[in-house]
Design a protein around this ligand. Structure first.
Ligand code: ADP
Ligand code: MG
Length: 189
C-alpha cells in the first residue's frame, strides 16, 4: 500500500509539472505583474520550506535589503524560488546550508535589474552536466533524484519563468562544495 501511495504521489507531481510546463511554454498563461516587497516575499517563501529543511537540519539563510521592490508575477516568482530552494535542500546533505541573497544588480541597457542568488553547500553538479540541467527530464543522477521526489522538470520550469520575466539565469557548481544559481530580472516591466 505504501509503495502504491508513494508512486501515485510521484505520478501526481509529474502530471502537475508537465501541465505546468506546457502551459508556460504555450504562453497561454499571461503574467500578472504587480509590485513585490522582496524582504517580506523572501521571508514568506523561505518559511514555506522550513519544515523540509528542518527535517535534514539544513540552515536556511536569507539576506535581503529593506525596501527592495520589483515588479513581477508574484506566484510565478514564488514558483522560481520554491523550485530552486527545494533543489538546494534535496541535494544538500544533513547539516548543510541553503542561502538566498537578493540585491540591486545595477543597470543593463536601460533597465535596472535585481539579482537573486540561491546557493547551497550540497553535492554539486559535475562540469559535464552543467550545460544540460535546464533540459526537461535531465537529471545528473537518476537514483538520487528519484529519492529526492523530483520530476526532472523543475529547472526547465524555472528557466521558462525567468525568460517570461525577461531575465537571465546561470549556474556555477563544484562537486562536493555546492551549487549557486544566479538570476537577474528587470525591476520594471
Ligand atoms: N542545488 C543543486 N545541487 C545539486 N544538483 C542539482 C541542484 N539543482 C539541480 N540539480 C541537478 O539537476 C537536475 C535537474 O533538476 P530539476 O529540474 O529540479 O529536477 P529534479 O526533479 O530531479 O530535482 C537534478 O536531478 C539534479 O541532478
Ligand atoms: Mg527539482
Amino acid at each position: 500500500m505504501q509503495i502504491i501511495f508513494d508512486e501515485s504521489e510521484r505520478l501526481n507531481r509529474l502530471i502537475g509539472d508537465i501541465l505546468e510546463l506546457s502551459k508556460i511554454e504555450s504562453k497561454r498563461i499571461p503574467l500578472h505583474f504587480s509590485p513585490v516587497d522582496l524582504p517580506a516575499f523572501v521571508e514568506h517563501t523561505i518559511n514555506m520550506l522550513r519544515p523540509e529543511a528542518n527535517k535534514k537540519h539544513i540552515e536556511l539563510i536569507s539576506q535581503v535589503p529593506d525596501d527592495l521592490y520589483m515588479e513581477a508575477d508574484e506566484d510565478r516568482l514564488r514558483q522560481i524560488f520554491i523550485n530552486l530552494l527545494s533543489n538546494g535542500i534535496a541535494y544538500t546533505p544533513e547539516g548543510g546550508k541553503v542561502k538566498v541573497r537578493v540585491e540591486p544588480a545595477g543597470a543593463e541597457g536601460d533597465d535596472e535589474r535585481v539579482r537573486i542568488v540561491i546557493q547551497d553547500t550540497g553535492i554539486g553538479i559535475p562540469k559535464k552536466d552543467l550545460p544540460r540541467i535546464f533540459e526537461r527530464f535531465y537529471r545528473v543522477d537518476k537514483a538520487r533524484s528519484r529519492s529526492s521526489g523530483g520530476t526532472g522538470l523543475g529547472l526547465s520550469i524555472v528557466k521558462h519563468l525567468v525568460e517570461l520575466h525577461h531575465g537571465t539565469i546561470k549556474v556555477d557548481s563544484e562537486p562536493g562544495v555546492g551549487t549557486k544559481f544566479t538570476i537577474e530580472l528587470p525591476v520594471i516591466h
